[in-house]
Design a protein around this ligand. Structure first.
Ligand SMILES: [Zn+2]
Length: 62
């Protein structure tokens, strides 16, 4: 699980806005870009190339 202290310093690499955890804790969402960044082995992958558009994601993940 990602610690809150880590979340506080994470930012979207595209827009530099804060990100937030998904409801299931398996990803980070940038509400500004509508991008979802994956979390692998408790490590957030803050790369635009790795992010998925939220609209392509199954509903309910938020
Ligand atoms: Zn963003």
């Amino acid at each position: 699980m990602i610690k809150q202290e880590l979340l506080d310093i994470l930012a979207c690499p595209k827009c530099k806005q804060p990100v937030r955890l998904t409801g299931d804790g398996n990803g980070l969402i940038c509400d500004h870009c509508r991008l979802l960044y994956p979390i692998r082995d408790d490590i957030p992958i803050m790369l635009i190339d790795e992010a998925r558009q939220l609209d392509d994601w199954e509903p309910g993940i938020e």
